[in-house]
Write a protein that binds this ligand. Structure first.
Ligand SMILES: C[S@@+](CC[C@H](N)C(=O)[O-])C[C@H]1O[C@@H](n2cnc3c(N)ncnc32)[C@H](O)[C@@H]1O
Length: 245
Protein backbone atom coordinates (compact mmCIF):
# COMPACT_ATOMS: atom_id res chain seq x y z
CA UNK A 1 0.00 0.00 0.00
CA UNK A 2 1.24 3.50 -0.86
CA UNK A 3 2.40 5.43 2.21
CA UNK A 4 1.73 9.17 2.55
CA UNK A 5 4.73 11.52 2.37
CA UNK A 6 5.00 13.36 5.70
CA UNK A 7 8.81 13.46 5.75
CA UNK A 8 9.16 17.21 6.14
CA UNK A 9 6.24 17.97 8.49
CA UNK A 10 6.36 19.22 12.09
CA UNK A 11 6.57 15.71 13.54
CA UNK A 12 9.90 15.18 11.82
CA UNK A 13 12.44 17.69 13.17
CA UNK A 14 15.46 16.59 11.15
CA UNK A 15 16.20 18.47 7.93
CA UNK A 16 19.45 17.49 6.24
CA UNK A 17 20.40 17.23 2.60
CA UNK A 18 17.90 15.26 0.53
CA UNK A 19 18.83 11.60 -0.08
CA UNK A 20 17.00 8.72 -1.74
CA UNK A 21 17.18 6.62 1.44
CA UNK A 22 14.74 4.18 3.11
CA UNK A 23 12.54 7.01 4.42
CA UNK A 24 12.13 8.51 0.95
CA UNK A 25 11.74 5.11 -0.74
CA UNK A 26 8.87 4.22 1.63
CA UNK A 27 6.79 7.26 0.59
CA UNK A 28 8.29 7.94 -2.85
CA UNK A 29 5.29 7.11 -5.04
CA UNK A 30 3.08 9.44 -3.03
CA UNK A 31 5.81 12.10 -2.88
CA UNK A 32 6.42 12.20 -6.64
CA UNK A 33 2.77 12.17 -7.62
CA UNK A 34 2.08 15.15 -5.28
CA UNK A 35 5.36 16.99 -6.04
CA UNK A 36 5.79 16.65 -9.80
CA UNK A 37 3.17 18.38 -11.94
CA UNK A 38 1.71 16.21 -14.72
CA UNK A 39 3.60 13.15 -13.46
CA UNK A 40 0.80 10.80 -14.58
CA UNK A 41 0.66 12.46 -18.02
CA UNK A 42 4.42 12.10 -18.43
CA UNK A 43 4.07 8.36 -17.74
CA UNK A 44 1.57 8.14 -20.59
CA UNK A 45 4.08 9.51 -23.13
CA UNK A 46 6.41 6.51 -23.09
CA UNK A 47 4.01 3.78 -24.37
CA UNK A 48 2.72 6.09 -27.10
CA UNK A 49 6.23 6.84 -28.40
CA UNK A 50 7.42 3.23 -27.93
CA UNK A 51 4.49 2.02 -29.99
CA UNK A 52 5.74 4.08 -32.95
CA UNK A 53 9.13 2.30 -33.04
CA UNK A 54 9.70 -0.50 -35.54
CA UNK A 55 12.40 -2.27 -33.46
CA UNK A 56 11.47 -6.01 -33.14
CA UNK A 57 12.60 -5.96 -29.49
CA UNK A 58 12.37 -2.61 -27.78
CA UNK A 59 15.20 -2.18 -25.30
CA UNK A 60 14.41 0.47 -22.70
CA UNK A 61 16.97 1.68 -20.19
CA UNK A 62 15.48 3.74 -17.36
CA UNK A 63 18.26 5.78 -15.71
CA UNK A 64 17.14 6.70 -12.19
CA UNK A 65 14.28 4.20 -12.34
CA UNK A 66 13.39 4.68 -8.63
CA UNK A 67 10.45 2.41 -7.80
CA UNK A 68 10.01 1.30 -11.44
CA UNK A 69 6.79 3.20 -12.16
CA UNK A 70 7.66 4.01 -15.80
CA UNK A 71 8.84 0.52 -16.79
CA UNK A 72 5.87 -1.11 -15.09
CA UNK A 73 3.47 1.29 -16.79
CA UNK A 74 5.08 0.66 -20.20
CA UNK A 75 4.98 -3.14 -19.95
CA UNK A 76 1.35 -3.10 -18.83
CA UNK A 77 0.29 -0.56 -21.49
CA UNK A 78 1.79 -2.60 -24.36
CA UNK A 79 1.42 -6.25 -23.25
CA UNK A 80 1.97 -7.69 -26.74
CA UNK A 81 5.29 -5.93 -27.42
CA UNK A 82 8.65 -7.61 -26.95
CA UNK A 83 10.63 -5.56 -24.45
CA UNK A 84 14.00 -5.75 -22.81
CA UNK A 85 13.51 -3.57 -19.73
CA UNK A 86 16.45 -2.33 -17.65
CA UNK A 87 16.26 -0.15 -14.55
CA UNK A 88 19.32 1.61 -13.14
CA UNK A 89 19.54 3.44 -9.83
CA UNK A 90 22.26 4.02 -7.24
CA UNK A 91 19.89 3.79 -4.28
CA UNK A 92 19.43 0.29 -2.87
CA UNK A 93 16.36 1.47 -0.95
CA UNK A 94 14.67 2.62 -4.16
CA UNK A 95 15.58 -0.61 -5.97
CA UNK A 96 14.25 -2.69 -3.05
CA UNK A 97 10.94 -0.85 -3.33
CA UNK A 98 11.00 -1.40 -7.11
CA UNK A 99 11.60 -5.16 -6.65
CA UNK A 100 8.75 -5.29 -4.12
CA UNK A 101 6.36 -3.67 -6.62
CA UNK A 102 7.48 -5.95 -9.48
CA UNK A 103 7.01 -9.03 -7.30
CA UNK A 104 3.53 -7.93 -6.20
CA UNK A 105 2.58 -7.61 -9.89
CA UNK A 106 4.24 -10.90 -10.91
CA UNK A 107 6.61 -8.91 -13.14
CA UNK A 108 9.89 -9.76 -11.40
CA UNK A 109 11.24 -11.55 -14.51
CA UNK A 110 10.37 -8.73 -16.89
CA UNK A 111 12.74 -6.06 -15.56
CA UNK A 112 16.47 -6.31 -14.91
CA UNK A 113 17.70 -3.96 -12.16
CA UNK A 114 21.22 -2.62 -11.69
CA UNK A 115 22.48 -0.74 -8.67
CA UNK A 116 25.08 1.64 -10.01
CA UNK A 117 25.81 5.26 -10.71
CA UNK A 118 24.29 6.17 -14.08
CA UNK A 119 27.56 7.97 -14.93
CA UNK A 120 29.28 4.55 -14.94
CA UNK A 121 26.57 2.35 -16.44
CA UNK A 122 27.39 1.01 -19.89
CA UNK A 123 24.41 1.08 -22.24
CA UNK A 124 24.38 -0.80 -25.55
CA UNK A 125 21.89 -0.75 -28.42
CA UNK A 126 19.05 0.91 -26.57
CA UNK A 127 15.85 1.76 -28.38
CA UNK A 128 14.88 4.22 -25.65
CA UNK A 129 16.82 5.78 -22.81
CA UNK A 130 14.53 7.25 -20.22
CA UNK A 131 15.69 9.82 -17.70
CA UNK A 132 12.73 11.29 -15.87
CA UNK A 133 13.69 13.77 -13.11
CA UNK A 134 17.17 12.23 -12.73
CA UNK A 135 19.58 14.35 -14.80
CA UNK A 136 18.82 17.23 -12.41
CA UNK A 137 20.56 15.23 -9.64
CA UNK A 138 23.74 14.64 -11.69
CA UNK A 139 26.52 17.18 -11.04
CA UNK A 140 26.76 19.73 -13.85
CA UNK A 141 30.30 18.87 -15.02
CA UNK A 142 29.31 15.20 -15.55
CA UNK A 143 26.25 15.93 -17.69
CA UNK A 144 27.92 16.44 -21.13
CA UNK A 145 29.87 13.14 -21.04
CA UNK A 146 26.87 11.20 -19.72
CA UNK A 147 24.60 12.60 -22.45
CA UNK A 148 27.14 11.92 -25.17
CA UNK A 149 27.50 8.27 -24.02
CA UNK A 150 23.71 7.94 -23.98
CA UNK A 151 23.47 9.35 -27.51
CA UNK A 152 26.08 6.89 -28.81
CA UNK A 153 24.28 3.96 -27.17
CA UNK A 154 20.92 4.51 -28.91
CA UNK A 155 20.03 2.55 -32.04
CA UNK A 156 19.00 4.37 -35.24
CA UNK A 157 15.43 5.56 -34.94
CA UNK A 158 15.56 5.49 -31.14
CA UNK A 159 15.35 8.35 -28.68
CA UNK A 160 16.02 9.66 -25.21
CA UNK A 161 13.06 10.87 -23.17
CA UNK A 162 14.03 13.33 -20.44
CA UNK A 163 11.95 15.18 -17.86
CA UNK A 164 13.46 17.86 -15.65
CA UNK A 165 12.67 20.66 -13.28
CA UNK A 166 13.92 23.75 -15.14
CA UNK A 167 15.06 27.23 -14.16
CA UNK A 168 14.59 30.54 -15.99
CA UNK A 169 17.42 32.92 -16.86
CA UNK A 170 15.45 35.97 -15.61
CA UNK A 171 15.30 36.00 -11.80
CA UNK A 172 11.84 37.60 -11.67
CA UNK A 173 10.37 34.98 -14.01
CA UNK A 174 12.14 32.22 -12.10
CA UNK A 175 10.64 33.50 -8.81
CA UNK A 176 7.18 33.52 -10.39
CA UNK A 177 7.59 29.95 -11.67
CA UNK A 178 8.75 28.77 -8.23
CA UNK A 179 5.74 30.48 -6.58
CA UNK A 180 3.39 28.79 -9.07
CA UNK A 181 5.05 25.49 -8.21
CA UNK A 182 4.61 26.06 -4.45
CA UNK A 183 0.97 26.86 -5.09
CA UNK A 184 0.68 23.47 -6.85
CA UNK A 185 2.22 21.79 -3.78
CA UNK A 186 -0.15 23.60 -1.40
CA UNK A 187 -3.07 22.37 -3.50
CA UNK A 188 -1.70 18.86 -3.09
CA UNK A 189 -1.79 19.10 0.70
CA UNK A 190 1.76 20.17 1.57
CA UNK A 191 2.05 22.79 4.34
CA UNK A 192 4.27 25.91 4.17
CA UNK A 193 6.68 24.20 6.56
CA UNK A 194 6.91 21.06 4.46
CA UNK A 195 7.46 23.10 1.29
CA UNK A 196 10.17 25.26 2.91
CA UNK A 197 11.97 22.28 4.45
CA UNK A 198 11.94 20.26 1.25
CA UNK A 199 13.28 23.27 -0.67
CA UNK A 200 16.12 23.60 1.87
CA UNK A 201 16.91 19.88 1.69
CA UNK A 202 17.10 19.97 -2.13
CA UNK A 203 19.37 23.04 -2.22
CA UNK A 204 22.54 22.12 -4.19
CA UNK A 205 21.27 18.52 -4.53
CA UNK A 206 18.77 19.15 -7.33
CA UNK A 207 20.35 21.59 -9.79
CA UNK A 208 17.99 22.67 -12.59
CA UNK A 209 19.14 24.44 -15.76
CA UNK A 210 17.05 26.31 -18.31
CA UNK A 211 15.15 24.76 -21.21
CA UNK A 212 17.64 26.34 -23.65
CA UNK A 213 20.62 25.03 -21.71
CA UNK A 214 19.15 21.50 -21.65
CA UNK A 215 18.49 21.69 -25.40
CA UNK A 216 22.04 22.87 -26.03
CA UNK A 217 23.46 20.02 -23.90
CA UNK A 218 21.39 17.43 -25.80
CA UNK A 219 22.42 18.80 -29.22
CA UNK A 220 26.09 19.07 -28.25
CA UNK A 221 25.93 15.44 -27.06
CA UNK A 222 25.09 14.49 -30.66
CA UNK A 223 21.29 14.22 -30.71
CA UNK A 224 20.01 15.09 -34.19
CA UNK A 225 16.68 16.49 -33.12
CA UNK A 226 15.45 17.87 -29.78
CA UNK A 227 11.77 18.50 -29.20
CA UNK A 228 10.22 20.19 -26.15
CA UNK A 229 7.25 17.88 -25.78
CA UNK A 230 5.64 19.24 -22.64
CA UNK A 231 6.12 22.24 -20.37
CA UNK A 232 4.37 23.03 -17.10
CA UNK A 233 5.76 26.30 -15.65
CA UNK A 234 9.10 25.05 -14.25
CA UNK A 235 8.97 21.43 -15.45
CA UNK A 236 9.76 20.20 -18.95
CA UNK A 237 9.81 16.95 -20.93
CA UNK A 238 12.04 16.58 -23.99
CA UNK A 239 12.41 13.96 -26.70
CA UNK A 240 15.90 13.85 -28.18
CA UNK A 241 16.25 11.66 -31.28
CA UNK A 242 19.36 10.15 -32.81
CA UNK A 243 19.75 10.25 -36.57
CA UNK A 244 18.25 7.38 -38.52
CA UNK A 245 21.75 6.08 -39.36
C1 LIG B 1 13.30 11.83 -8.84
S1 LIG B 1 13.86 10.21 -8.89
C2 LIG B 1 13.40 9.63 -10.51
C3 LIG B 1 11.96 9.30 -10.66
C4 LIG B 1 11.63 8.22 -11.65
N1 LIG B 1 12.40 8.32 -12.86
C5 LIG B 1 10.15 8.25 -11.94
O1 LIG B 1 9.76 8.79 -12.99
O2 LIG B 1 9.37 7.75 -11.11
C6 LIG B 1 15.59 10.27 -9.12
C7 LIG B 1 16.22 8.90 -9.00
O3 LIG B 1 17.53 8.97 -9.54
C8 LIG B 1 18.41 8.26 -8.70
N2 LIG B 1 19.74 8.88 -8.92
C9 LIG B 1 20.11 10.16 -8.71
N3 LIG B 1 21.39 10.34 -9.09
C10 LIG B 1 21.81 9.14 -9.56
C11 LIG B 1 23.05 8.67 -10.10
N4 LIG B 1 24.11 9.49 -10.23
N5 LIG B 1 23.15 7.37 -10.47
C12 LIG B 1 22.08 6.52 -10.33
N6 LIG B 1 20.89 6.92 -9.84
C13 LIG B 1 20.76 8.20 -9.45
C14 LIG B 1 17.86 8.44 -7.30
O4 LIG B 1 18.29 7.41 -6.42
C15 LIG B 1 16.36 8.41 -7.56
O5 LIG B 1 15.81 7.14 -7.43
Amino acid sequence: MMQIDRLFNEANPKVGGFAFDENVARVFDDMISRSVPLYADVQRVLPVLANLLDHPVIKVVDLGCSTGTSLIHLARALPNHKFELIGVDNSQAMLDKCSEKLLALGMQDQVELFRTDIRDFEIRDASIVLMNYTLQFVDLPSRPALLSRICQSIRPGGFMLVSEKVSHHQAAVDDALVELYFEFKRRNGYSELEIARKREALENVLVPVTIDENGRLFREAGFADVELLLKWFNFATFVARVSNG
